[in-house]
Design a protein around this ligand. Structure first.
Ligand code: SAM
Length: 393
């Protein structure tokens, strides 16, 4: 039985992934400072020891007493996000992580396995450099990768950096993983994915013929795109979304929705004020789509880039409503937009897309906004479960 230490435990995404992986385990302690997240964790895992304290406050002796074989951790990602300041190790939020790395060589019993999850961007950080150097010095074999749920047939983008480490003497990492996981090294990974991409890369096919066709669809060579790069970008985005919806290896959104009769829909529709102001920025999907964008902690509060919204009325279409919208009066605009019946995904639906099992629930005291916030900070359980199987078995 593996003794697991779950650091930055949040709402317990790692714990659910462990359960899903079917590896025989015991979580010896979970640690987090967010009291709301801890309420949710305790609600779902009442018998796990949950430490409500800062990780940098845990001493070497305390760590030694826990006597764990595995560390699972998803440290705060704000210091590394592509849209943030990228203050990296200079950001005070990285302190606790550096504390963990510092303690690693000094533990009386080195953990056999480590899994770290973070945002895309971490692969270029000094924090990663420091972790890698320490792991090498301690004799770990390491594999890193960028993986999204879409690679496992789930219609939700959440491209994340993962590091798997095992102490030398363990079974080597299986090569199979790397063909599946886009690429072998973060360097190549970083090259495969353009920096501003918000969506997932498609795993690069093995380079076969040298006469590869142009990566752009032919119509983008049209002259109007030369004078208007933003139009080109929008067209490429639209094309990409269309392609994603045709990828039959990915499930449809409707497989993750709550039964409509259970929902108080009025509560979830986007209000006219938001529609008027942000219509052009919405990422709209239908139940039959095979894609959605990453749900972040601002979902339900901010609109742009925080997660997709669902079109509930199929009698009209986005293509029908949007093109002439700016020629309409405000009143007509609202009318047209309301016809689409756009609603937010419910927290339960977001949890479904993130692979949380039906047994997962929130205590009643946690508001909808807080639920979105906590889910946005969490991880995809199905993805991490697969990685744990690869790491631990
Ligand atoms: C990216 S989230 C991880 C979420 C978690 N994996 C889940 O499934 O919900 C980072 C978590 O680390 C916690 N955290 C941040 N700094 C911390 C620190 N210094 N000590 C303990 N917990 C911390 C935050 O409260 C947050 O819940």
């Amino acid at each position: 039985i593996m003794r697991v230490l779950e650091l930055y435990s949040g709402i317990g995404g790692m714990h659910y992934a462990l359960k899903e992986s079917e590896v025989c385990h015991q979580v010896v302690a979970a640690v987090d400072i967010n009291t709301t997240a801890n309420d949710v964790y305790r609600h779902n895992f009442p018998s796990t020891a949950l430490l409500n304290k800062t990780i940098e406050g845990i001493t070497l002796e305390e760590f030694n007493q826990l006597s764990f074989d595995v560390i699972l951790m998803s440290p705060p990602c704000q210091p590394f996000t592509r849209i943030g300041l990228q203050r990296d190790v200079a950001d005070s939020r990285t302190r606790s992580f550096l504390h963990v790395v510092d303690l690693l060589p000094r533990l009386s019993k080195a953990p056999v396995f480590i899994l770290l999850e973070n945002v895309k961007g971490f692969e270029k950080s000094a924090a990663r450099e420091y972790l890698l150097r320490t792991l090498r010095e301690c004799g770990y074999a390491v594999q890193e990768m960028l993986v999204s749920p879409t690679h496992f047939g789930i219609p939700n983008s959440r491209l994340r950096y993962y590091l798997l480490a095992k102490l030398s003497g363990q079974k080597p990492f299986s090569i199979f993983v790397w063909t599946l996981m886009v690429s072998r090294t973060p360097h190549r990974l970083a090259c495969n994915i353009s920096d501003d991409s918000t969506e997932d890369p498609t795993p690069a096919p093995p380079s076969s013929s040298s006469s590869s066709p142009s990566p752009f669809p032919p119509q983008v060579c049209a002259p109007e795109y030369k004078t208007c790069p933003s139009l080109l970008k929008a067209t490429l985005e639209a094309q990409k979304k269309k392609n994603q919806n045709h990828n039959l290896s990915v499930k449809q959104i409707q497989d993750f929705l709550e039964p409509q009769e259970n929902l108080n829909l009025d509560q979830h529709f986007l209000p006219p004020k938001i529609l008027l102001r942000y219509a052009q920025l919405l990422d709209i999907v239908r139940p039959t789509c095979r894609r959605s964008i990453c749900f972040t902690k601002g979902y339900g509060k901010y609109v742009e880039g925080t997660g997709s919204v669902l079109q509930c009325c199929m009698d009209t279409s986005v293509e029908h409503v949007f093109p002439r919208l700016d020629q309409c009066s405000e009143e007509e605009r609202v009318q047209k937009l309301l016809e689409l019946k756009l609603r937010y995904f419910t927290p339960r639906e977001v949890a479904n897309l993130m692979g949380f099992p039906p047994t997962f629930s929130f205590p009643e005291s946690v508001s909808t906004k807080q639920q979105y916030r906590l889910l946005g900070n969490s991880l995809n359980v199905v993805v991490v479960a697969k990685l744990l199987q690869l790491l631990l078995s």
